[in-house]
Design a protein around this ligand. Structure first.
Ligand SMILES: *Cc1c(COP(=O)(O)O)cnc(C)c1O
Length: 494
């Protein structure tokens, strides 16, 4: 069949002009969607008829693209997660950017595969990784990879740590009886769960993660760590790695990174930093000092879809020793062999530095965003969130009925309503209810955590759109709902 034949099918639009018009409409709608985000509900429960729309079976016949867009507009757009809204502060997530959108758009249009080969998109990712090295104070000789998120970044770092520190060809032999169950990794009790998952998948088991208690400020207790390492060695175990966290998920605490680096040096351990939250805060004048020592890590995981606001998914892992990194992942069958000329040329392919072969052009949105805004502006956005956290802390301190439940770390504020004279169980229930009402009345989306048994409202302010007035409003509503819920609770009491 030749192309001229009337029924030669492709997946391209049948009518390019009509398709273009639809896309222009989408661009207009999308920009309004972001620009007017504050006017829409931050979150709303999906009604039954909307949910029913997700139960229909797979479409067999074509639909007009215009009709598909109608479905998107009706079923999906109004019921978004809320991350792009200025009052989204629950889990630790970024707020997205238009420059990131432009990058993602062209990434899909060009649709290159970042597994390897000789083309400009490969150069873009190389440059982005070099920029990340500059930001993190890593040497030019370090290696790196863009990955989907902090979980994959930590997994990658820990896989390299395991392979290098096992001391034998673990890729060939797998876990040996004399090593299985013996290799130990240390981190504080505040460590993010993805690190445990990584160790489980690396065959080391959850029990290989020895969690060290934290101090009052939720940073790792160095003395307890050193005692644990000594005890483990005496018991015949093989310590291989310490994970420091720069910005814990509960309270934003930053472990003492220089001290951890010292211990790693003297004990000959791999130093990995889970910097999913805080690493990029090296760009912020009011945080940089607290992160001293991060540049001494053997590997560091950093999220770009958190405090740099790249559209999901965007994260990076940097590794000091490129050879060790490559030795963990490089495997080149004939169909991936490189030439010295042509499209299959080039030294280092990204598929040799991670688990994925086919990889999205996620570097583009980062490349375009960093060019458009520059690191100084990103730094100012981070610094402002840190100031906003302090400001929220002052509002809490100024109210007799509110209290901070943990020291404010970076941009994370944990507080609760406490009108005195109530039990811990009552206060936990009241604060849970306050948080739910804030959500259901679409006032704001804070998060929560439980610290030493105390349920608290946790506000993680990784958001470049929120203002101080948003926090005034948050506090006003917490107090308003708190008074009502507490008095109802008191009436229920005999
Ligand atoms: C969010 C987070 C992770 C996981 O990152 P994802 O991007 O969600 O995969 C890991 N560690 C910490 C400290 C985090 O806050």
């Amino acid at each position: 069949m030749n192309k001229e034949s009337a029924n030669f099918e492709t997946l391209d639009p049948e009518d390019w002009e009509r398709s273009k018009k639809l896309m222009h409409q989408m661009v207009d709608d999308a920009f309004d969607y972001v620009a007017n985000v504050r006017e829409r509900k931050i979150w709303q429960q999906m009604p039954e008829e909307i949910l029913a729309g997700f139960e229909t079976s797979v479409p067999k016949k074509p639909s007009r693209a215009e009709d598909v867009y109608k479905d998107l507009s009706k079923q999906v757009l109004p019921y978004n997660m809320g991350t792009i809204h200025p009052r989204f502060w629950p889990w630790y997530m970024g707020a997205g950017t238009i420059s990131g959108v432009m990058g993602d758009f062209w990434a899909s249009i060009m649709n290159p595969n970042l597994g390897g080969a000789n083309h400009a998109p490969h150069k873009v990712e190389e440059q982005v990784i070099n920029w990340l090295k500059e930001i993190m104070g890593f040497p030019k000789t370090a290696s790196g990879l863009l990955v989907s998120g902090g979980s994959m970044a930590n997994f990658t770092g820990l896989a390299i740590a395991r392979n290098f520190k096992s001391g034998y060809d673990i890729r060939k032999e797998g876990l040996r009886p004399d090593n299985a169950g013996k290799m130990v990794v240390y981190a504080s009790t505040e460590i993010h769960s993805c690190n445990q998952k990584a160790l489980e998948l690396l065959g080391m088991g959850a029990k290989s993660l020895h969690k060290i208690p934290v101090k009052k400020d939720y940073t790792i207790d160095l003395e307890a760590l050193q005692i644990q390492i000594k005890n483990d060695k005496d018991a015949g175990l093989k310590p291989i790695c310490i994970i420091g966290t720069s910005g814990t998920v509960n309270t934003g605490a930053i472990d003492p990174l220089n001290e951890l680096a010292d211990i790693c040096e003297s004990e000959n351990l791999w130093f990995h930093v889970d910097g999913a939250i805080g690493a990029v805060a090296l760009l912020a004048d009011n945080v940089r000092e607290q992160l001293a020592g991060i540049e001494r890590a053997d590997s560091v995981a950093l999220d770009l879809h958190k405090w740099l606001h790249m559209p999901f998914e965007a994260a990076g892992v940097l590794v000091k020793n490129q050879e060790v990194h490559k030795n963990t992942f490089s495997l080149i069958p004939e169909y991936l062999e490189k030439n010295t000329r042509g499209i299959a040329s080039g030294e280092n392919w990204f598929s040799e530095y991670g688990l994925q072969l086919s990889r999205r052009f996620r570097a583009l949105k980062i490349w375009m965003s960093l060019k458009e805004h520059g690191t100084e502006k990103f730094g100012r956005m981070i610094a402002r969130n840190v100031e906003q956290a302090k400001c929220l802390g002052r509002l809490v301190d100024d109210s007799d009925d509110l209290e901070l439940v943990a020291p404010i770390g970076l941009d994370i504020v944990c507080f609760r309503y406490n009108p005195r004279g109530m039990t811990m169980e009552q206060l936990n229930a009241i604060n849970k209810e306050i948080k739910l009402q804030l959500e259901e009345k679409a006032i704001a989306l804070p998060g929560y955590t439980t610290l030493n048994g105390l349920y608290c409202i946790r506000v993680a302010i990784a958001n470049h759109r929120c203002t101080n007035e948003d926090f005034d409003e948050l506090i006003a509503k917490v107090l308003e709902f708190g008074v009502a819920i507490a008095s109802a609770t008191r009436v229920e009491q005999p």
